[in-house]
Design a protein. Structure first.
Length: 116
């Protein structure tokens, strides 16, 4: 299908903890990783390609960009995130259109998961 003009093409997060990041996102969401040297990971299986970049030793500073993932079963996904080592920082709450929760990954990046 190729690249689409004016569409999100790639998402890049700061990388602090390499192995923990791979394990967390693989276990919680099934993402696959390619290691590009000691400080860069690319991922696939998330609906958009992306990576984790530790090359410039940039830390994670909130609030940053909030990436929101979708899950058919929000309660199950919340448990899977916790079981994989994620820290729930905003438990499930309602908003117009559904419910969601926020979590911190092993690097301290905040993401959310929502469901209808």
């Amino acid at each position: 299908m190729g690249n689409k003009n004016n569409a999100i093409n790639y998402i890049e997060f700061p990388l602090v903890k390499n192995e923990e990041t791979k394990q967390f996102y693989n276990q919680a969401f099934g993402w696959e990783f390619t290691q590009w040297g000691p400080k860069y990971l690319s991922f696939s299986g998330a609906g958009v390609d992306g990576g984790f970049n530790g090359e410039d030793d940039a830390g994670v500073t909130p609030p940053g960009v909030l990436v929101v993932l979708y899950a058919n079963d929000l309660l199950k996904k919340c448990q899977e995130v916790e079981n994989a080592g994620g820290k729930i920082n905003k438990p499930i709450y309602g908003f117009p259109g559904g419910e969601r929760f926020h979590f911190l990954d092993p690097n301290g990046n905040e993401l959310a998961v929502w469901s209808e």
